[in-house]
Write a protein that binds this ligand. Structure first.
Ligand code: ZN
Length: 207
């Protein structure tokens, strides 16, 4: 089965994707990870770095080709879960692997802002904490390396609202496309990860 997970920032796509990947024994393929882990000797490495450092999304053709390459590997024979693709209609026009189910994690804008604005990132090693849910042992200090925890500009309310606007403008049309195709599953993602995951399994009839 081929799955896609979509949802606004803070809806838990990565967490739920990991849980589903373990349960079903198929890989979670995250566009963010693919770009971050791109080997330095890859022909597109520099181009990807330049766009990301400029604060832009990597070009659809490059990401599309990397994804095609990834799904041709043997661990994808029984299926896979995509996270971070189909953010815009042109993603799907370029590469649509034929998703069997598209899982939309629904949260309100308020929840999105609340979850992301409590996130803190270690300035030294990049570990992520949450002052509401995954608190560091010592306030503002990284458990892993002792570095200082900071709020990234991306996780400040103004930036989150801007990203939500982009989601509504660019990703909602893709969601409508999958709804019309009859493959969309809308999941209430306002609760805790374990409950959200149960909702997903119920919707997939796999609980
Ligand atoms: Zn650290």
């Amino acid at each position: 089965m081929k799955f896609l997970i979509v949802g606004p920032q803070g809806s838990g796509k990565g967490t739920i994707g990991e849980m589903l990947s373990k349960r079903l024994g198929i890989p979670l393929i995250s566009v963010g990870d693919i770009l971050r882990d791109l080997p330095k000797d890859h022909p597109k490495y520099q181009e990807v770095q330049d766009t990301i450092n400029g604060g832009n999304l990597a070009p659809v053709e490059i990401v599309g080709e990397l994804l095609k390459e990834r799904v041709s590997k043997s661990d994808c024979t029984n299926g896979f879960i995509f996270d971070g693709w189909a953010r815009r209609l042109k993603d799907i026009e370029y590469f649509d692997p034929g998703f069997d189910k598209v899982i939309l994690l629904n949260i309100s804008p308020g929840t999105s802002v609340k979850r992301l604005s409590s996130r803190r990132t270690c300035e030294n090693c990049g570990s992520i904490f949450n002052i509401e849910t995954v608190k560091p042992k010592v306030e503002n200090v990284c458990d892993v390396c002792g570095g200082m925890l900071l709020q990234r500009d991306d996780d400040k309310p103004e930036a989150i609202i801007k990203r939500l606007d982009i989601f509504n403008e660019e990703t909602m049309p893709v969601i409508d496309y999958f709804r019309k195709k009859g493959v969309l599953l809308e999941i209430n993602a306002e609760t805790l990860p374990e409950e959200i995951f149960e909702n997903v399994l119920r919707a997939l009839n796999k609980n």
